[in-house]
Design a protein around this ligand. Structure first.
Ligand SMILES: [Zn+2]
Length: 255
């Protein structure tokens, strides 16, 4: 019975993530283009056909339609089902991994912010202020109710995320954008100083590994702009979910 109940819970949480992921696609696309989230109803950007419920089932519609519009057969970006599936899996992972309600909710909030800015970065190469301001408000409300990290750590997290990224943005002269600086400041408020700094470390580490790998294999050309948000997503989630274990593992190796 317990086994059945926990599977039902897992299923519904995965489903919640899928549906929210679908919503995050819409939010990411429309906010970066300055459109309303509610109107007009979802439509094919190529032929303008209004999407019906059959077209809007997360992941499955994409697979069933083999990644093409039902009417004009124009290719649909694989970003959408990837965001949907990732949000579903990460919501479930956050639920399974959390030891408290605040950990689970913080995980869901962080995943939500990261998935939306992943959409805006991959489609428009930007992180809209509007999204950051909304999540700043969510994080402050969350912070007022739950105590994932102490207040001073939230403030320190925001300040250190901002300061470190701002310095690197100045030094690298365009290697890091203003959107990245603000994103880390907002995330620092949620997760505190240790995790936000570790998250930045992992982001750059993953970025460097993929960057060097891409240059060596010729998949990336020099000076070609590469979106950084995918690495921020990987780095921040690694730090959030595994940061404490990785730090103690590292300290054990040292001493
Ligand atoms: Zn179409």
């Amino acid at each position: 019975m317990d086994f059945l109940l926990s599977n039902v819970a897992n299923f519904y949480i995965f489903l919640l993530g899928l549906v929210l992921g679908s919503f995050y696609n819409v939010v990411g696309l429309r906010v970066s283009e300055g459109q309303s989230i509610i109107t007009p109803p979802s439509h094919c950007p190529s032929c303008g056909r209004r999407l019906t419920i059959r077209d809007l089932v997360p992941v499955f519609s994409y697979l069933f339609l083999r990644g093409r519009c039902r009417t004009c057969h124009v290719r649909i970006s694989p970003i959408y089902p990837i965001i949907e599936a990732s949000t579903g899996l990460l919501f479930l992972f956050s639920f399974l991994r959390a030891t408290s309600i605040e950990e689970m909710l913080a995980g869901w909030l962080l995943v939500s912010l990261l998935m939306i800015v992943l959409v805006t970065d991959l489609t428009e190469m930007m992180i809209p202020d509007k999204i950051l301001i909304w999540f700043l408000a969510f994080f402050i409300i969350f912070r007022g109710i739950y105590h994932l990290v102490p207040w001073w750590d939230s403030l320190l997290g925001a300040a250190s995320g901002f300061a470190l990224l701002a310095i690197i943005a100045l030094v690298s002269q365009g290697g890091m954008g203003g959107g990245d600086v603000k994103l880390f400041a907002v995330m620092g408020l949620l997760v505190g100083m240790k995790i936000v700094l570790l998250g930045f470390f992992f982001s750059t580490l993953f970025g460097a590994i993929i960057g060097v790998g891409g240059l060596l294999t010729g998949l990336i050309r020099r000076r070609q702009p590469v979106p950084f948000v995918p690495f921020i997503v990987l780095g921040m989630l690694t730090a959030f979910f595994f940061g404490d274990q990785l730090i103690s593992l590292y300290l054990n190796l040292l001493f």
